[in-house]
Design a protein around this ligand. Structure first.
Ligand SMILES: Cc1cc2nc3c(=O)[nH]c(=O)nc-3n(C[C@H](O)[C@H](O)[C@H](O)COP(=O)(O)OP(=O)(O)OC[C@H]3O[C@@H](n4cnc5c(N)ncnc54)[C@H](O)[C@@H]3O)c2cc1C
Length: 396
């Protein structure tokens, strides 16, 4: 196995790195102490949207998307290099990430030509931002238990029900919704998938606030929302298959978030945080702990490469994506636990201090890290998938 990139890939890396160095304003990297993939307020959201537009105009959004829909048409290796350089530059998550990573790829796989032409270009340009309306109060891990109903009425469907934990719905222009279209069919077979404008009459969005105080997600209520038949994605009553595509991409992209950048920040912190009359970095036990985190990040990188090999062969992301998701989110928790131990009482302060100028980042990270072991499917569910579908163990 050769882990070296080819000269054309290194040229791509150099070009993107240079473009970021010339165009990414440093204030954009530091503008949000919540350090979350959903912006903390509208102003930040719009600033990031303008950034996405700038990147898109320069051809740096949708690296591996087909050129006919406005993507760069490059390969998955370029996509990985893009991720590495983007994270190294500490650039903010693009506000259109949900469309770019989950919903766009689902439309590419399941959409009609008309749907692809209509929805994909504005996802790339940042003109239309998407939310994911899958989870409900009684349907999270058991997603197929969802109760939102879509009743056929001539050329449209009437949507009624409630979604919950809907990330970024308060900024979104569109939402992808799973709804039950045949209540008499077995639960996986009576579901359909719809593309719904967020400004449709009958939609109400109510905020849910994270432990950090950050407004990340929402409840979304649908009351007699009329959805044209043209907005059905994939065949009627086959929405479960469509949602599987979205979830596979979601697991793959959330597992791909490598916390190596956070570990680098931790190392810098250890060099300055006072400890036993010196700095934390002088303590061999702490150095060992940080070294282990770097090793774990490297292991995660190679787990991602294994997935990549599969995708380069033309296979869709499979249940192996659960290994990446599980190890990525659990590693995120270990990194934030290490930060808590390093910072001690400083970790409880959500304001810059003399010893820890970026204390709000660590405060937020410490409180928020566990969300990633829940979102995109909990760690327990990933273990079930790995056990049953990757290792072939009997169902528990
Ligand atoms: C930060 C964040 C963002 C999110 N964003 C979105 C979004 O944008 N759109 C969206 O649709 N959803 C979103 N979600 C919802 C997420 O997908 C669900 O929270 C997740 O699937 C778990 O469902 P639940 O919360 O209903 O928990 P439950 O399914 O009720 O699970 C409760 C506990 O039981 C365990 N459990 C359940 N079933 C099993 C089983 N069979 N075996 C072993 N253990 C089990 C779980 O692991 C968990 O510990 C988000 C969640 C978070 C935390």
């Amino acid at each position: 196995m050769n882990f070296e990139w080819g000269p054309e890939h290194e040229a791509f890396r150099k070009e993107f790195r240079a473009w970021l160095a010339a165009n990414l304003a440093p204030e954009l990297c530091l503008d949000d102490p919540a350090d979350d993939r959903v912006a903390s307020d509208r102003e930040t959201f719009e600033r990031r949207r303008a950034w996405q537009k700038q990147m898109h105009a320069a051809g740096w959004v949708g690296i591996a998307w087909p050129a006919e829909y406005g993507g760069r048409g490059a390969g998955l290796i370029e996509r990985i290099i893009w991720d590495e350089e983007y994270a190294a530059a500490r650039a903010p998550v693009l506000p259109g990430n949900m469309g770019l990573n989950l919903i766009g790829p689902t439309i590419i796989q399941w959409g009609t030509d008309a749907q692809k032409s209509r929805y994909l270009p504005p996802i790339l340009s940042g003109d239309e931002v998407w939310a994911q309306g899958f989870s409900e109060p009684g349907a999270g891990s058991d997603l197929a238990g969802l109760q939102t109903r879509a009743v056929e009425q001539g050329d449209q469907f009437l949507l009624n029900g409630q979604k919950v934990w809907t990330s970024g719905a308060h900024f979104a222009h569109w939402i992808i919704v799973l709804a039950r279209t045949n209540p008499d069919a077995p639960k996986h077979q009576g579901i359909s998938c719809f593309l719904v404008p967020m400004d449709s009459p009958g939609i109400t969005v109510r905020p849910l606030v994270l432990l950090t105080g950050h407004r990340h997600f929402n409840e979304v209520f649908f009351s007699d929302v009329a959805v044209p038949r043209a907005n059905l994605l994939g065949p009627l009553n086959q929405g479960w298959k469509v949602s599987t595509t979205t979830l596979m991409h979601e697991r793959h992209s959330s597992g791909a978030r490598n916390p190596l950048g956070q570990v680098a920040r931790l190392v810098a912190l250890a060099r300055s945080v006072p400890h036993d009359g010196g700095t934390a970095w002088e303590n061999p036990v702490i150095r060992q702990r940080l070294a282990q985190l770097v090793i774990d990040c490297e292991a995660l990188k190679y787990t991602r490469f294994r997935n990549l090999t599969r995708m380069i062969r033309g296979e869709p992301p499979g249940p192996e994506g659960s290994i990446l998701k599980l190890s990525g989110s659990e590693l995120g928790v270990r990194v934030s636990d290490a930060a808590g131990e390093l910072l001690g009482m400083h970790a409880l302060v959500n304001a810059p201090t003399e010893f820890v100028p970026d204390a709000p980042r660590w405060f937020n990270r410490l409180l928020a890290a566990r969300q990633y072991t829940i979102s995109a499917g909990t760690s327990e569910i990933q273990r079930n998938i790995i056990g049953e579908r990757v290792l072939g163990l009997p169902k528990g």
